[in-house]
Design a binder for this molecule. Structure first.
Ligand code: CU
Length: 161
């Protein structure tokens, strides 16, 4: 009688352990999957630098597919020393660039980085970039974490097309 009881208790404990492990694993996988899919990147490209210049810019569309607001905190790449977020603003008829600490992407909405507006400024190029090259951009989000994207470089001619 005692033995039977002990065996069943062991089975219960064993079953409970398996259930716990499965639960933890499925939670981990869910969180892992969700995080990866929070931010979608498309229409991304990098402008070839103007001859004699070591600056450039990256453009893209970021979509927050989650139900929580997110913020693009910072970005970096091996191809440039510094990456900043800028906005083009009209000030007394003069267009100038305004530094942005971070970029908010509200839940379910998208943010566009375009040549005429907000852009990802790439400063102090480390190596030559030409059309057909790709640069790897690391985008750091408050919720989504790290999103890495390989964006194609476009020449001046390709940009006006
Ligand atoms: Cu700029």
């Amino acid at each position: 009688m005692f033995n039977v009881c002990q065996t069943s208790m062991r089975q219960v404990r064993y079953g409970f352990t398996i259930a716990t492990v499965l639960l933890v694993c499925s939670l981990y996988l869910q969180v892992g999957c969700k995080k990866k899919d929070i931010i979608k990147v498309d229409q991304d490209w990098v402008s070839e630098s103007i001859p004699g210049s070591r600056i450039s810019a990256a453009y893209m569309n970021l979509v927050n597919t989650s139900e929580a607001d997110d913020t693009l905190l910072s970005a970096d790449t091996d191809a440039f020393e510094t990456v900043e977020f800028h906005n083009l603003i009209e000030d007394d008829g003069v267009t100038r660039m305004e530094f942005m600490e971070s970029v908010a992407i509200p839940a379910g909405q998208s943010v566009q980085f375009t040549p005429g507006g907000m852009h990802i400024m790439l400063i102090n190029r480390k190596k030559e970039l030409k059309s057909g090259d790709y640069i790897e951009l690391n985008l750091h989000f408050e919720n989504a974490g790290l999103v890495t994207r390989k964006s194609p470089v476009k020449s001046m001619e390709e940009q006006v097309k």
